[in-house]
Write a protein that binds this ligand. Structure first.
Ligand code: HEC
Length: 105
């Protein structure tokens, strides 16, 4: 009985991980950069930054596509500093964006 329950709980926990579009390593890398830099503005929505997890804020941005998001984040726009004010390489920057997109639900 107990064993059945824990197997059920385990498979439930695995479902979201398996259905994730971006691989876990990329998201982990992105989360690290996000937490070291992007969080300053994107956790609170300071200076009108699209807030982490906010569907309203992110939906129109995501609709323009990943390439456009990468371009804006790389070059900066308004109060969004180029590369979020970091020296992050292209791959890490993209990973941070993928992490932020993955948190929109
Ligand atoms: C100093 C505050 C600040 C920091 C730090 C910051 N952002 Fe932003 N970010 C903004 C603001 C403000 C906007 C909205 C820009 C606009 O549309 O005028 C924005 C917009 C964006 C967008 C949407 C781009 C689009 O296509 O419209 C992405 C993606 C993004 N930031 C990624 C990041 C990443 C990744 C980091 C960390 C490496 C980061 N930001 C750090 C303020 C910041």
């Amino acid at each position: 009985m107990l064993k059945t329950l824990s197997i059920a709980a385990l498979s439930l926990a695995l479902i979201p991980a398996l259905s994730m579009a971006t691989d876990a390593g990329t998201l982990q890398k992105g989360e690290k950069l996000y937490k070291s830099a992007c969080i300053a503005c994107h956790s609170t929505g300071a200076a009108n930054a699209p807030k982490l997890g906010s569907k309203d804020a992110w939906a129109p941005i995501i609709a323009r596509g990943m390439d456009e998001m990468v371009s804006v984040a790389t070059n900066g726009k308004g109060a969004m500093p180029a590369r979020g004010g970091t020296k992050a390489d292209d791959e890490s920057l993209r990973a941070a964006i993928e992490y932020m997109v993955s948190r929109v639900k």
